[in-house]
Design a protein around this ligand. Sequence first.
Ligand SMILES: [Zn+2]
Ligand SMILES: [Zn+2]
Length: 300
Amino acid sequence: MSESMKGNVRRGARRWYGAARGLALSFWMPFVCMALSQAISFPYLPLVAAIVVALVGAWVPGRPHAGKSAWRIVRELLAWLFAAVHFAVVVLWLYFATGAFGFGTNPVFQASVKDADRIVVRDGGGLCHSDPDKEPSLLEITNKAEIAAFNEMIEFSGRKMQCKCCGYPGIDWWRDGRRVVVSALHHGYALRVEGYVGDLRLSVESSRRLQKWLEENCGVTEGNGCPRYQDCRYGRDIIEAVAQNLVTTGVERKPTLSDLRREFKKIGGKFPSCPAGGKYSLTYGEDGTPTVKCSVPRHD
Ligand SMILES: [Zn+2]
Ligand SMILES: [Zn+2]
């Protein structure tokens, strides 16, 4: 090896060491950047900062040194160790903040819904105490342009959360009669999507647009967090209980809905109604058991 080549190798090694030293001295930086990342919804900040520090470190390489003292060796080992810690923290952060290194969360999701031929907004949640096959739909869109416009609204910020509820409403994508993506909106700002770890936070703009869209198209407001068919069923249960009570106490043999309305007024209660706008009908079984049915499909 010629002297000039040796010199190049030494300079190269010093630059690498310079980068490592930069990372080691700023091993605390990812923690600050993580907090900032959360604040500005940019999960790649720790990575960007680490790259900048490494470049600056390489630009200002370590001083050349002839002999190696024990202290110098320890110091260099520590630099590499802290640089490794810095690197590991940045990688772990990216993994947890974005999922599967998240470089693809948005593109991967968009690719999975791109060819959908139907989007169903469900009167239910997702991936917990819910059965997407039994829940009534609030709205279905099958128009290609409308589907594309809906998909375009969805943009993940890279942040994640994990809450204990099932979310509302459910939003599913179908293709060729098969459900390809099951999801549920959480609190208006996160989407729990089957196959993804954690609930994917939407960007501020995306969340605002999606909520507005759901309110305008499905009458779903943020406070409207419970499946409507469940509310409807509870309401009908109450009406049935009051009717049953009138029958067994012999006040009325077979009270009609208007009788019951009067009865509710008397006891000062609000007469239940279907949140989805369904009409109630009341029938009596052979044994005189009252049954209230709702006109909305699947409200049973
Ligand atoms: Zn939730
Ligand atoms: Zn109903």
